[in-house]
Design a protein around this ligand. Structure first.
Ligand SMILES: NC(=O)c1ccc[n+]([C@@H]2O[C@H](COP(=O)([O-])OP(=O)(O)OC[C@H]3O[C@@H](n4cnc5c(N)ncnc54)[C@H](OP(=O)(O)O)[C@@H]3O)[C@@H](O)[C@H]2O)c1
Length: 262
């Protein structure tokens, strides 16, 4: 599988004009990185009228229930996927064979290096083992949750002083973190996906401090089969709409989720 010749989902260099193929310099071109959004703005509408499909290389760190479900949807949308886990490429041979020629296995570092967008789907307790150097300059879609019984106690999260995504942003200071996909069960990623414009399409909240990165992630989530709703800055990931204990049910449409976030 060759690397993508262009990188439609890669975070533009800060000095580059904030343009997207097919979107021109939209209303967000004037925003700078780390210009956090106040309030809730639905990203879904930005992508409603897109006409062309863009293919990208999606790197997965974590290829379990969530990683493989997202990869299946990404493949269905025409993306290439590079899967990685903690045990090495041989343990992923069957999965990538099943996925077909647009998939391959790699180390986490290589998956990060070749990716236009990285999907992180590992236990929160494994964050210290992430390939920080290879993730430099990458947009990382953080689908992870903190589960104390699995990950060990984290008092700062327990006390609401931080969130998994903010911890990740500290660990990966040269990556751009967007929180999302952590509040939908792996099986629902497959079962609830619908094409754009489907009535009552399920919406997924995303949070991040970088508007362009959030647009890119929203577009990817649209490709997966869901509307993305911007829930504001990364610190918004501390809120109930990202808490795995409170955010699961009922699934909301984009207008309902946007209303719930205000
Ligand atoms: N399951 C759900 O419905 C769901 C929904 C939303 C969010 N989440 C969250 O998403 C994350 C993943 O959940 P999951 O259910 O997919 O877990 P899972 O099925 O147990 O898969 C975890 C994956 O992470 C990999 N991994 C662990 N440490 C790693 C490391 N240092 N580098 C690279 N890969 C590593 C594992 O590889 P090995 O097997 O080789 O160790 C495995 O592929 C968790 O934070 C979870 O709380 C889960």
């Amino acid at each position: 599988m060759p690397p993508s010749s262009h990188s439609p989902l890669r975070r533009p260099h800060p000095a580059a004009p904030a343009t997207w193929p097919g979107h021109g310099t939209g209303g967000d071109a004037g925003h700078t990185s780390h210009e956090a959004q106040a309030g809730s703005v639905s990203c879904a509408g930005d992508f409603e009228h897109r006409q062309e499909r863009l293919m990208a290389v999606i790197g997965f760190i974590g290829s379990g229930l969530v990683g493989s479900a997202v990869a299946r949807r990404a493949l269905a949308a025409g993306h290439q996927v590079v899967m990685s886990n903690s045990r090495g490429t041989r343990s992923l041979a069957r999965l990538v064979r099943e996925f077909g020629p647009a998939a391959r296995a790699a180390t986490p570092g290589e998956a990060a290096t070749v990716a236009d967008l990285v999907v992180l789907a590992i236990p929160y307790g494994k964050f210290p083992r992430l390939p920080r150097d290879e993730l430099t300059g990458r947009i990382v879609l953080d689908a992870c949750n903190y589960l104390p019984y699995r990950d060990g106690r984290d008092r700062a999260i327990d006390e609401g002083r931080t969130s998994t995504a903010e911890v990740l942003a500290q660990r990966l200071p040269y990556s751009t973190i967007v929180k999302g996909l952590n509040t939908i069960a792996a099986g629902q990623i497959l079962a609830d996906a619908t094409p754009p414009g489907t009535p009552n399409r399920r919406a997924i909240p995303i949070a991040g401090d970088d508007i362009i990165a959030k647009q890119i992630v929203a577009r990817f989530i649209d490709d997966l089969g869901f509307d993305a709703v911007d829930a504001g800055p990364l610190s918004g990931g501390r809120g109930p709409h990202f808490d795995p204990r409170t955010a699961w049910q009922p699934p909301l449409t984009a207008p309902a989720l946007a209303a719930a976030l205000t």
